[in-house]
Each structure stands twice: as structure tokens, then as C-alpha cells.
Design a binder for this molecule. Structure first.
Ligand SMILES: C[S@@+](CC[C@H](N)C(=O)[O-])C[C@H]1O[C@@H](n2cnc3c(N)ncnc32)[C@H](O)[C@@H]1O
Length: 245
């Protein structure tokens, strides 16, 4: 039976205290994207950035989160430090999968490599409900930068995973986090870990990586800074475990 552990606090402080190896790190950091000026970076909350005005005023009572105000240089330094701790915990041959958007794609590939992983490629998360924008190409993709700790581990029963994933952010009552990922996409991604293995997500949010890991028979270790989102994760993971029992 897969199990889960959740730590509440700053990943940079908590990761150095962990010492149990994991089979993969699958994470969705705050992207720190889109702030062109100091004022834009520091004055806008994550809620203001990711929810439409209608969403903020009606319907979505989703918690804010911190860590969205870095410029490019400090984002590179910060993400490299966190991924270096993740790399220390990743078994030889294990993978790191890191979500990002088009603006932060170059800096994320730098951070992955600075942390010690061998960069292996970029997969695409396609969001079919993204809004068209006049005169522009539609921003309907986010990206998964991935790498491995040394040569890729394939084992006796290698998996063959796609490089393109489609899924929409959950809506209505199923949406528990401002930047929540679709469980079905995460269920495909966690299959990079052998069944019975362990996935680490140092930016757990509302726990979607954990839900996917448990549903796919993988154990989960999470870290989340926000106490409110930790509580949501605990509730979601406990309910998956009940449904699996
Ligand atoms: C993009 S969200 C993750 C959403 C998640 N994938 C989901 O589907 O629910 C990033 C999360 O990282 C958390 N976070 C930000 N800085 C952090 C830090 N230093 N340590 C741990 N968590 C942090 C935020 O509170 C936020 O919930």
C-alpha cells in the first residue's frame, strides 16, 4: 500500500533535513513569471496574477501563496538551491520533472542542470481551454523540463511515456488551488517512477502530485509552505487512501 508524508514549511529549510532517497522529484514551483518591473513583481499577489477578476470576486475562495516575486537572477539562484537538495535525494537513475511556462523555460533548464541533473528534454502540457488572444499566438501550453540523476534507470519493465499531455485545470468545487494541475496529467507523469517507488514534490500546493502518486501505486513525500494548502493536501491524500483501502 503506498504511503504519504507531508511537511509544512519552506522547502529550502526542510529539504536538507530529509535523507530518505526518492525515485523522482516531480514539482510545480511558483513560476515567478511575467513581472516585467519591480512594481509588477512585488505589488501583485499570486491570486491577482492567476485568477481573473470575475474569479477573484465570485466563486473562487482559493488561498494566496508566496514566493512569486523573484526576478530572473534570483529565481535561478533559488530554484537551483532547491533542486540541488532534490538531486541529493534522488536515487541514481531517478528523474526530475519541473513545470514551467514559456517565459521561465530557459532559466528552469539552467536551474535543473546547475542542481546536478542531466537535462534530458522538455515535454508539453497542452491546456485546451486556454483563451485565444487578439493578434497573438494562443498561450495554450506549459512545459515540463526533465532530467535524470546520471544515466536513466529503465529497469526490467521500462515505461514508454508520451512527451505531450493534454488536460484542463479543474473547475468549480474540484479546483482547490490557484495553479492546480490536472490529476490525469500528473497520473501519467508519476509513472516515470517504478510501481512501489516514491515521488517527492517540494511545492505540493493542493497535493495533486500526491493524489496522482497514490492512485498509481507510488508513495509520496510533499513539502508545502502554506498551512492552508497543506490542510487541503492532507484532506485530499487521506481521502485517496480511504478509497484505495
Ligand atoms: C504552483 S503551486 C503548486 C500547485 C500544485 N501542483 C497543485 O496542483 O496543487 C506552488 C506551491 O508552492 C508553494 N511554495 C512557494 N514557495 C515555497 C517554498 N519555499 N517551500 C515550499 N512550498 C512553497 C506555494 O505555497 C504553492 O502552493
Amino acid at each position: 500500500m503506498p504511503n504519504w508524508t507531508l511537511h509544512t514549511g519552506d522547502a529550502l529549510t526542510l529539504l536538507p533535513a530529509l535523507d530518505t532517497p526518492v525515485d523522482a522529484v516531480i514539482c510545480d514551483p511558483p513560476y515567478n513569471s511575467g513581472g516585467r518591473t519591480m512594481t509588477e513583481r512585488t505589488a501583485r499577489t499570486a491570486r491577482a496574477k492567476y485568477l481573473t477578476e470575475a474569479g477573484r470576486n465570485h466563486g473562487h475562495d482559493l488561498g494566496d501563496f508566496t514566493g512569486e516575486n523573484r526576478d530572473q537572477r534570483s529565481y535561478l539562484a533559488w530554484l537551483s538551491l532547491i533542486l540541488a537538495e532534490c538531486h541529493r535525494l534522488t536515487r541514481p537513475g531517478g528523474a526530475a520533472l519541473v513545470f514551467t511556462d514559456w517565459r521561465q523555460l530557459p532559466v528552469t533548464t539552467d536551474a535543473l542542470q546547475a542542481a546536478g541533473y542531466t537535462w534530458r528534454g522538455i515535454a508539453v502540457w497542452h491546456k485546451p481551454t486556454a483563451r485565444p488572444q487578439p493578434g497573438r499566438l494562443r498561450q495554450e501550453c506549459e512545459f515540463i523540463v526533465w532530467g535524470s540523476n546520471g544515466p536513466v534507470f529503465t529497469g526490467d519493465e521500462p515505461v514508454y511515456l508520451p512527451g505531450h499531455f493534454t488536460g484542463s485545470q479543474p473547475r468549480g468545487a474540484r479546483r482547490r488551488h490557484i495553479t492546480q494541475k490536472p490529476v490525469d496529467v500528473m497520473r501519467e507523469l508519476v509513472r516515470i517512477v517504478p510501481r512501489g517507488g516514491t515521488v517527492l514534490d517540494p511545492f505540493t500546493g493542493a497535493g495533486t502530485t500526491g493524489v496522482a502518486a497514490l492512485e498509481e501505486g507510488r508513495s509520496f513525500v510533499g513539502i508545502e509552505h502554506s498551512a492552508a494548502y497543506s490542510a487541503v493536501t492532507r484532506e485530499r491524500l487521506a481521502s485517496v487512501q480511504v478509497s484505495l483501502a
